[in-house]
Design a protein around this ligand. Structure first.
Ligand SMILES: [Zn+2]
Ligand SMILES: [Zn+2]
Length: 351
């Protein structure tokens, strides 16, 4: 069943619209902009003009990098060592539409980056955000919704796509229930394996994932570009999962999914056991990057190259390009998601 797409708008009083537009050229001096430009230049999957695309808005685990209380982390004084919490943006220039995956504690900045990637003049009625897809109710994945509330944006009916227990959680618990009651957000139902059509060329499909279910069930998403003879790209987004074998037990094989997409953003929370000094991490509910690489090692290089690890904990050495961990990932034919990298999803429209 496909949810009807209601075109809902949030209207931002953006006094600095001109400044935002200027920043979208990526010629600005902000570190984020230069990272994005550099990444795109080296990225063969970068979108062509007019094509729908995904943009990586955050690559860190729920707590972000640097993490609260980790006073010795370099990110407190070095912006190049900061990473926003895991999130993707989806942009369709043809329909002037923008969606978010996850509403993180870094929502403010990520909404700006989404806007900078496709600046739309903030005229009345102009959509600034067409919807938010949530994977589950752990703090890094939904708490950014608070910025839609009346203390901040005072948004109106922003579509939030949620599985049944996430909906229950949001409607049944303050302060989230206030967002519902004040119509800052409008909840839209997701059902496992049921695609949501965002436009004729874009669909998003939730896939159930085994992961600690304290407050809600957990899903990942598959995001598909145009189907048919001019097939676009497909992307898998699995930021949190307990283990690949638990998924096997549910009848979902990572290898099968990987074969059916072009890019897979996979849970890379921890690089290897021993990463947190003094703790045996073997019982931690995430697959180590080393274990995922071992599992996928028999696959052809083209399959391995689709994998981009995301949701990295602040302790994960693979966060940093100059680390032995990152070099090992590269040597074995895998990738780490790069902040603000873009993945083109479909053929450019004919002019
Ligand atoms: Zn998480
Ligand atoms: Zn989680």
């Amino acid at each position: 069943m496909t949810s009807p797409i209601r075109t809902m708008f949030i209207r931002l009083a953006l006094g600095a619209a001109a400044a935002l537009s200027a920043c979208s050229t990526h010629s600005a001096s902000s570190p984020a902009a230069s990272v994005a430009a550099g990444t795109d230049a080296a990225n063969p999957l970068a979108p062509r003009e007019g094509e729908p695309f995904l943009i990586v808005l955050g690559t860190a685990q729920d707590g972000g990098v640097p993490q609260a209380g980790a006073f010795n982390e370099p990110g407190w004084t070095d912006v190049s060592r900061q990473r926003l919490v895991v999130s993707l943006g989806l942009i369709d220039p043809a329909t002037s539409s923008r969606w978010l995956f996850e509403a993180t504690p870094d929502f403010r900045r990520q909404l700006w980056h989404l806007h900078a990637a496709l600046p739309l003049q903030p005229t009345p009625g102009q959509p600034v955000l067409n919807g938010i897809f949530l994977t589950h109710a752990h703090i890094g994945h939904y708490t950014g919704l608070m910025f839609l509330g009346h203390e901040s944006m005072g948004a109106r009916d922003v579509p939030v796509y949620a599985m049944p227990r996430v909906r229950e959680f949001l409607t049944g618990n303050g302060p989230w229930s206030q967002l519902v009651n004040y119509h800052n957000i409008a909840l839209h139902d997701l059902a496992a394996d049921q695609p949501v059509m965002l436009s004729p060329s874009l669909t998003v499909t939730p896939i159930l994932v085994p992961h600690r279910q304290e407050f809600s069930e957990v899903v990942g998403f598959r995001i598909d570009g145009p189907r048919g003879p001019t097939r676009g790209r497909s992307v898998l987004f699995i930021p949190d999962i307990d283990s690949w074998s638990a998924w096997d037990a549910q009848g979902t094989r990572l290898e099968t999914l990987l074969a059916s997409v072009d890019v897979a953003y996979l849970d890379g929370t921890f690089f290897a056991n021993g990463e947190i000094p003094g703790r045996d991490m073997s019982g931690f509910p995430h697959p180590f990057i080393t274990a995922t690489m071992d599992r996928l090692a028999p696959l052809p290089a083209a399959q391995r190259a689709k994998v981009r690890f995301i949701h990295l904990n602040h302790t994960n050495p693979a966060l940093w390009p100059d680390s032995p961990a990152r070099r090992e990932i590269t040597r074995r034919g895998f990738h780490v998601a790069q902040p603000f990298e873009r993945i083109g999803l479909g053929p450019a429209p004919h002019h």
